[in-house]
Design a protein around this ligand. Structure first.
Ligand code: TXA
Ligand code: MG
Length: 333
Protein backbone atom coordinates (compact mmCIF):
# COMPACT_ATOMS: atom_id res chain seq x y z
CA UNK A 1 0.00 0.00 0.00
CA UNK A 2 1.31 3.51 -0.75
CA UNK A 3 1.86 5.81 2.20
CA UNK A 4 -1.51 6.95 3.59
CA UNK A 5 -2.23 10.64 2.93
CA UNK A 6 -2.63 13.02 5.86
CA UNK A 7 -6.03 14.52 5.07
CA UNK A 8 -6.49 18.09 6.13
CA UNK A 9 -9.85 18.55 7.85
CA UNK A 10 -12.75 19.43 5.53
CA UNK A 11 -15.97 17.77 4.42
CA UNK A 12 -14.27 15.88 1.59
CA UNK A 13 -11.74 14.42 4.05
CA UNK A 14 -14.52 13.31 6.39
CA UNK A 15 -16.36 11.73 3.46
CA UNK A 16 -13.23 9.88 2.35
CA UNK A 17 -12.66 8.53 5.86
CA UNK A 18 -16.29 7.49 6.24
CA UNK A 19 -16.14 5.66 2.91
CA UNK A 20 -12.93 3.84 3.85
CA UNK A 21 -14.40 2.83 7.22
CA UNK A 22 -17.62 1.57 5.58
CA UNK A 23 -15.39 -0.55 3.32
CA UNK A 24 -13.73 -2.10 6.40
CA UNK A 25 -10.50 -0.17 5.84
CA UNK A 26 -8.56 1.46 8.67
CA UNK A 27 -8.20 5.20 9.25
CA UNK A 28 -6.01 6.94 11.81
CA UNK A 29 -8.18 9.45 13.65
CA UNK A 30 -7.36 12.31 16.00
CA UNK A 31 -8.64 12.12 19.55
CA UNK A 32 -8.05 14.52 22.44
CA UNK A 33 -5.65 11.95 23.97
CA UNK A 34 -3.58 10.30 21.20
CA UNK A 35 -4.22 9.27 17.58
CA UNK A 36 -6.31 6.12 17.22
CA UNK A 37 -6.16 3.35 14.61
CA UNK A 38 -9.86 3.13 13.84
CA UNK A 39 -12.02 0.52 12.18
CA UNK A 40 -15.71 -0.43 12.26
CA UNK A 41 -16.12 -1.98 15.72
CA UNK A 42 -19.02 -4.11 14.52
CA UNK A 43 -17.11 -5.64 11.61
CA UNK A 44 -14.93 -8.62 12.48
CA UNK A 45 -12.96 -8.13 9.28
CA UNK A 46 -12.08 -4.51 10.11
CA UNK A 47 -11.21 -5.38 13.71
CA UNK A 48 -8.96 -8.22 12.58
CA UNK A 49 -7.06 -5.71 10.43
CA UNK A 50 -6.51 -3.49 13.47
CA UNK A 51 -4.76 -6.31 15.32
CA UNK A 52 -2.74 -7.26 12.23
CA UNK A 53 -1.61 -3.75 11.34
CA UNK A 54 -0.68 -2.90 14.90
CA UNK A 55 0.98 -6.27 15.52
CA UNK A 56 -1.11 -6.56 18.65
CA UNK A 57 -1.77 -9.93 20.29
CA UNK A 58 -5.42 -10.99 20.12
CA UNK A 59 -5.54 -11.24 23.92
CA UNK A 60 -5.31 -7.45 24.26
CA UNK A 61 -8.83 -5.94 24.02
CA UNK A 62 -9.69 -2.71 22.19
CA UNK A 63 -11.64 0.37 23.26
CA UNK A 64 -14.89 1.04 21.37
CA UNK A 65 -15.56 4.72 20.62
CA UNK A 66 -19.14 6.00 20.43
CA UNK A 67 -20.66 9.30 19.36
CA UNK A 68 -22.64 9.66 22.61
CA UNK A 69 -23.41 7.99 25.92
CA UNK A 70 -26.75 6.63 24.71
CA UNK A 71 -25.08 4.57 22.01
CA UNK A 72 -22.30 3.53 24.36
CA UNK A 73 -24.57 2.34 27.16
CA UNK A 74 -26.82 0.47 24.71
CA UNK A 75 -24.17 -2.24 24.35
CA UNK A 76 -23.15 -2.71 28.02
CA UNK A 77 -24.71 -3.18 31.45
CA UNK A 78 -24.60 0.30 32.85
CA UNK A 79 -25.09 1.40 36.47
CA UNK A 80 -25.49 4.60 38.46
CA UNK A 81 -21.73 5.13 38.91
CA UNK A 82 -21.09 4.71 35.19
CA UNK A 83 -23.84 7.19 34.44
CA UNK A 84 -22.46 9.68 36.94
CA UNK A 85 -18.99 9.40 35.41
CA UNK A 86 -20.35 9.74 31.90
CA UNK A 87 -22.18 12.94 32.85
CA UNK A 88 -19.04 14.39 34.38
CA UNK A 89 -16.42 13.33 31.85
CA UNK A 90 -17.99 12.45 28.49
CA UNK A 91 -17.20 13.42 25.87
CA UNK A 92 -13.65 13.19 27.16
CA UNK A 93 -10.58 11.16 28.11
CA UNK A 94 -12.31 8.51 30.22
CA UNK A 95 -12.74 4.85 29.25
CA UNK A 96 -15.12 2.70 31.27
CA UNK A 97 -15.01 -1.07 31.53
CA UNK A 98 -18.44 -2.64 31.96
CA UNK A 99 -20.03 -6.03 31.32
CA UNK A 100 -21.08 -6.24 27.71
CA UNK A 101 -24.47 -7.33 26.50
CA UNK A 102 -24.65 -8.05 22.79
CA UNK A 103 -23.36 -6.25 19.76
CA UNK A 104 -19.66 -5.76 20.40
CA UNK A 105 -17.83 -8.65 18.72
CA UNK A 106 -15.73 -10.98 20.90
CA UNK A 107 -12.69 -10.12 18.82
CA UNK A 108 -12.88 -6.47 20.01
CA UNK A 109 -12.98 -7.51 23.66
CA UNK A 110 -10.42 -10.33 23.26
CA UNK A 111 -13.03 -12.86 24.32
CA UNK A 112 -13.73 -11.06 27.61
CA UNK A 113 -17.27 -10.57 28.85
CA UNK A 114 -16.43 -6.94 29.48
CA UNK A 115 -16.08 -4.04 27.06
CA UNK A 116 -14.09 -0.80 27.28
CA UNK A 117 -16.17 2.13 26.04
CA UNK A 118 -15.41 5.78 25.49
CA UNK A 119 -17.05 8.88 23.98
CA UNK A 120 -14.17 10.99 22.64
CA UNK A 121 -14.26 14.79 22.68
CA UNK A 122 -12.15 15.72 19.66
CA UNK A 123 -14.53 17.74 17.45
CA UNK A 124 -13.25 16.25 14.18
CA UNK A 125 -13.63 12.68 15.42
CA UNK A 126 -17.03 13.59 16.85
CA UNK A 127 -18.11 14.79 13.42
CA UNK A 128 -16.86 11.58 11.82
CA UNK A 129 -18.65 9.43 14.41
CA UNK A 130 -21.88 11.37 13.87
CA UNK A 131 -21.73 10.53 10.17
CA UNK A 132 -21.23 6.79 10.70
CA UNK A 133 -23.78 4.08 11.42
CA UNK A 134 -21.36 2.18 13.70
CA UNK A 135 -18.95 2.83 16.57
CA UNK A 136 -15.18 2.70 16.05
CA UNK A 137 -12.76 0.29 17.65
CA UNK A 138 -9.47 2.12 18.06
CA UNK A 139 -6.25 1.38 19.91
CA UNK A 140 -3.52 4.02 19.87
CA UNK A 141 -2.17 4.23 16.30
CA UNK A 142 1.35 2.96 17.00
CA UNK A 143 2.97 -0.41 16.34
CA UNK A 144 2.34 -2.57 19.43
CA UNK A 145 4.70 -1.69 22.26
CA UNK A 146 5.97 1.56 20.73
CA UNK A 147 5.41 5.15 21.80
CA UNK A 148 1.85 6.46 21.21
CA UNK A 149 1.34 9.00 18.39
CA UNK A 150 0.25 12.53 19.21
CA UNK A 151 0.68 14.01 15.72
CA UNK A 152 -0.38 12.74 12.28
CA UNK A 153 3.21 12.42 11.04
CA UNK A 154 4.00 9.97 13.88
CA UNK A 155 1.34 7.67 12.45
CA UNK A 156 2.47 8.14 8.88
CA UNK A 157 6.06 7.20 9.76
CA UNK A 158 5.18 3.95 11.50
CA UNK A 159 1.89 2.66 10.05
CA UNK A 160 1.40 4.86 6.96
CA UNK A 161 1.97 2.08 4.45
CA UNK A 162 -0.67 -0.16 6.02
CA UNK A 163 -3.74 2.06 6.38
CA UNK A 164 -6.12 3.99 4.14
CA UNK A 165 -5.79 7.54 5.47
CA UNK A 166 -4.78 9.71 8.38
CA UNK A 167 -7.30 12.36 9.40
CA UNK A 168 -5.45 15.46 10.53
CA UNK A 169 -6.67 16.87 13.82
CA UNK A 170 -3.46 18.62 14.83
CA UNK A 171 -1.49 17.91 17.97
CA UNK A 172 -3.48 15.91 20.55
CA UNK A 173 -4.56 18.05 23.48
CA UNK A 174 -3.78 15.67 26.36
CA UNK A 175 -0.94 13.71 24.74
CA UNK A 176 -1.41 10.61 26.91
CA UNK A 177 -4.11 7.97 26.67
CA UNK A 178 -7.46 8.04 28.43
CA UNK A 179 -7.92 6.98 32.03
CA UNK A 180 -9.33 3.43 32.07
CA UNK A 181 -11.71 2.69 34.95
CA UNK A 182 -13.39 -0.59 35.81
CA UNK A 183 -16.87 0.43 36.99
CA UNK A 184 -18.62 -2.93 36.96
CA UNK A 185 -18.95 -2.96 40.72
CA UNK A 186 -20.20 0.40 42.06
CA UNK A 187 -18.63 -0.42 45.43
CA UNK A 188 -15.23 -1.26 43.99
CA UNK A 189 -14.34 1.23 41.28
CA UNK A 190 -10.80 0.69 40.00
CA UNK A 191 -8.46 2.76 37.88
CA UNK A 192 -6.81 0.27 35.53
CA UNK A 193 -4.71 2.84 33.66
CA UNK A 194 -3.93 6.32 35.03
CA UNK A 195 -4.60 9.14 32.58
CA UNK A 196 -5.72 12.75 32.20
CA UNK A 197 -8.52 12.25 34.75
CA UNK A 198 -6.84 11.26 38.00
CA UNK A 199 -8.04 8.77 40.62
CA UNK A 200 -8.31 11.74 42.97
CA UNK A 201 -10.61 13.59 40.52
CA UNK A 202 -12.87 10.53 40.46
CA UNK A 203 -12.75 10.09 44.23
CA UNK A 204 -13.80 13.69 44.71
CA UNK A 205 -16.63 13.37 42.22
CA UNK A 206 -18.02 10.11 43.61
CA UNK A 207 -17.05 10.82 47.23
CA UNK A 208 -15.75 7.30 47.63
CA UNK A 209 -12.39 5.55 47.73
CA UNK A 210 -11.09 4.47 44.34
CA UNK A 211 -8.80 1.50 44.13
CA UNK A 212 -5.68 1.82 42.02
CA UNK A 213 -3.89 -1.50 41.53
CA UNK A 214 -0.11 -1.25 41.69
CA UNK A 215 1.90 -2.48 38.76
CA UNK A 216 2.89 -5.70 40.52
CA UNK A 217 -0.71 -6.44 41.49
CA UNK A 218 -1.89 -5.77 37.97
CA UNK A 219 1.10 -7.09 36.01
CA UNK A 220 0.54 -10.80 35.64
CA UNK A 221 -3.17 -10.82 36.20
CA UNK A 222 -3.53 -8.56 33.15
CA UNK A 223 -6.56 -6.76 34.53
CA UNK A 224 -5.90 -4.30 31.79
CA UNK A 225 -3.36 -5.60 29.34
CA UNK A 226 -2.10 -2.07 28.72
CA UNK A 227 -0.55 -2.44 32.14
CA UNK A 228 2.15 -4.70 30.73
CA UNK A 229 5.38 -3.52 32.25
CA UNK A 230 7.06 -2.97 28.91
CA UNK A 231 5.02 -0.68 26.73
CA UNK A 232 5.46 2.67 25.02
CA UNK A 233 9.09 1.68 24.51
CA UNK A 234 11.42 3.58 22.25
CA UNK A 235 14.49 1.76 20.93
CA UNK A 236 16.88 4.01 22.85
CA UNK A 237 17.56 3.02 26.46
CA UNK A 238 15.74 5.16 29.02
CA UNK A 239 17.08 5.85 32.50
CA UNK A 240 14.74 7.49 35.01
CA UNK A 241 16.03 10.30 37.23
CA UNK A 242 14.31 11.33 40.44
CA UNK A 243 12.51 14.68 40.21
CA UNK A 244 15.07 17.44 40.69
CA UNK A 245 18.14 15.16 40.64
CA UNK A 246 19.77 16.57 37.56
CA UNK A 247 23.30 17.13 38.84
CA UNK A 248 24.65 13.96 37.30
CA UNK A 249 27.53 13.46 34.91
CA UNK A 250 26.38 12.72 31.38
CA UNK A 251 28.25 10.28 29.18
CA UNK A 252 29.00 10.69 25.48
CA UNK A 253 25.77 9.80 23.65
CA UNK A 254 23.48 10.75 26.54
CA UNK A 255 20.59 13.18 26.28
CA UNK A 256 18.77 14.55 29.29
CA UNK A 257 15.05 15.30 29.42
CA UNK A 258 13.90 17.56 32.26
CA UNK A 259 10.42 18.60 33.35
CA UNK A 260 11.25 22.28 33.03
CA UNK A 261 13.94 24.38 31.41
CA UNK A 262 17.00 24.19 33.70
CA UNK A 263 18.38 27.45 35.07
CA UNK A 264 21.89 26.73 33.81
CA UNK A 265 22.31 24.72 30.68
CA UNK A 266 25.56 22.88 31.34
CA UNK A 267 25.00 20.12 28.79
CA UNK A 268 24.09 20.84 25.20
CA UNK A 269 21.97 17.73 24.82
CA UNK A 270 19.40 18.87 27.33
CA UNK A 271 15.68 18.98 26.51
CA UNK A 272 12.60 19.85 28.53
CA UNK A 273 8.92 18.89 28.46
CA UNK A 274 7.70 22.37 29.38
CA UNK A 275 9.39 25.75 29.95
CA UNK A 276 7.97 26.00 33.47
CA UNK A 277 7.15 22.36 34.31
CA UNK A 278 3.42 22.74 33.61
CA UNK A 279 2.04 19.20 33.91
CA UNK A 280 -0.49 19.52 31.08
CA UNK A 281 2.25 20.69 28.78
CA UNK A 282 4.60 17.92 29.97
CA UNK A 283 1.94 15.32 29.14
CA UNK A 284 1.23 16.87 25.75
CA UNK A 285 4.92 16.83 24.78
CA UNK A 286 6.04 13.60 26.43
CA UNK A 287 5.52 11.00 23.68
CA UNK A 288 6.44 13.42 20.89
CA UNK A 289 9.76 14.36 22.49
CA UNK A 290 10.69 10.77 23.33
CA UNK A 291 9.84 9.71 19.77
CA UNK A 292 11.84 12.58 18.29
CA UNK A 293 14.89 11.83 20.45
CA UNK A 294 14.59 8.13 19.61
CA UNK A 295 15.58 9.04 16.04
CA UNK A 296 18.57 11.24 16.97
CA UNK A 297 21.12 8.48 17.52
CA UNK A 298 21.50 8.92 21.27
CA UNK A 299 22.63 5.92 23.32
CA UNK A 300 20.62 6.78 26.41
CA UNK A 301 17.86 9.16 27.37
CA UNK A 302 18.01 10.24 31.00
CA UNK A 303 14.50 11.36 31.81
CA UNK A 304 13.50 13.20 34.96
CA UNK A 305 10.40 11.69 36.58
CA UNK A 306 7.44 13.99 37.23
CA UNK A 307 6.25 14.92 40.71
CA UNK A 308 3.97 12.04 41.76
CA UNK A 309 0.57 13.69 41.81
CA UNK A 310 -2.26 14.28 39.33
CA UNK A 311 -1.09 14.06 35.75
CA UNK A 312 2.43 13.36 37.03
CA UNK A 313 1.24 9.87 38.08
CA UNK A 314 -0.02 9.18 34.56
CA UNK A 315 3.15 10.45 32.88
CA UNK A 316 5.38 8.50 35.29
CA UNK A 317 3.38 5.38 34.47
CA UNK A 318 4.29 5.78 30.77
CA UNK A 319 7.86 6.67 31.66
CA UNK A 320 8.34 3.54 33.81
CA UNK A 321 7.01 1.33 31.07
CA UNK A 322 9.13 3.05 28.43
CA UNK A 323 12.19 2.42 30.59
CA UNK A 324 11.34 -1.19 31.35
CA UNK A 325 13.42 -3.83 29.69
CA UNK A 326 11.25 -6.58 31.14
CA UNK A 327 8.82 -8.63 29.12
CA UNK A 328 10.78 -8.14 25.91
CA UNK A 329 8.37 -10.49 24.17
CA UNK A 330 5.93 -7.59 24.10
CA UNK A 331 8.39 -5.26 22.43
CA UNK A 332 7.84 -4.16 18.92
CA UNK A 333 10.63 -6.22 17.43
O1 TXA B 1 -6.92 7.48 24.83
C1 TXA B 1 -7.11 6.30 24.52
O2 TXA B 1 -7.63 5.47 25.28
C2 TXA B 1 -6.66 5.89 23.11
C3 TXA B 1 -7.53 6.61 22.10
C4 TXA B 1 -7.25 6.19 20.68
O3 TXA B 1 -8.88 6.43 22.43
N1 TXA B 1 -6.76 4.47 22.96
C5 TXA B 1 -5.92 3.61 23.57
O4 TXA B 1 -6.16 2.31 23.23
O5 TXA B 1 -5.05 3.95 24.33
P1 TXA B 1 -5.15 1.12 23.56
O6 TXA B 1 -5.68 -0.03 22.84
O7 TXA B 1 -3.77 1.54 23.22
O8 TXA B 1 -5.32 0.92 25.09
C6 TXA B 1 -6.55 0.41 25.56
C7 TXA B 1 -6.41 -0.02 26.99
C8 TXA B 1 -5.50 -1.20 27.10
O9 TXA B 1 -4.76 -1.05 28.29
C9 TXA B 1 -6.47 -2.36 27.19
O10 TXA B 1 -5.92 -3.47 27.82
C10 TXA B 1 -7.58 -1.74 28.02
O11 TXA B 1 -7.69 -0.44 27.48
N2 TXA B 1 -8.84 -2.47 27.82
C11 TXA B 1 -9.58 -2.58 26.71
N3 TXA B 1 -10.65 -3.37 26.93
C12 TXA B 1 -10.59 -3.77 28.21
C13 TXA B 1 -11.40 -4.61 29.04
N4 TXA B 1 -12.49 -5.18 28.57
N5 TXA B 1 -11.02 -4.79 30.32
C14 TXA B 1 -9.91 -4.20 30.80
N6 TXA B 1 -9.10 -3.41 30.07
C15 TXA B 1 -9.42 -3.20 28.79
MG1 MG C 1 -1.72 1.87 23.25
Amino acid sequence: MPNAPILEYNQAALDTCARLLRDDELVAVPTETVYGLAGNALSVSAVRKIFEVKGRPLIDPLITHFKDWKEAFALVKSNAIAERLSQAYWPGPLTMVLDKTTGIPDLVTAGLQTAAIRVPAHPILQQLLQSLEFPLAAPSANPFGYVSPTQPNHVQKTLGHRIGAILDGGVCHHGIESTVVDVRDPDDVRVLRPGPISALDIEQLLRKKIFMPTRSEAGCAQISPGLLSRHYSPNTEIVILEPGQLDIRLREGDAMVCNRKPLDLTHSHTYWLSEDGNLQECARNFFALIQNLDHQGYHRLLVEALPPFGLGIAINDRLKRAASKLGKDYSNS
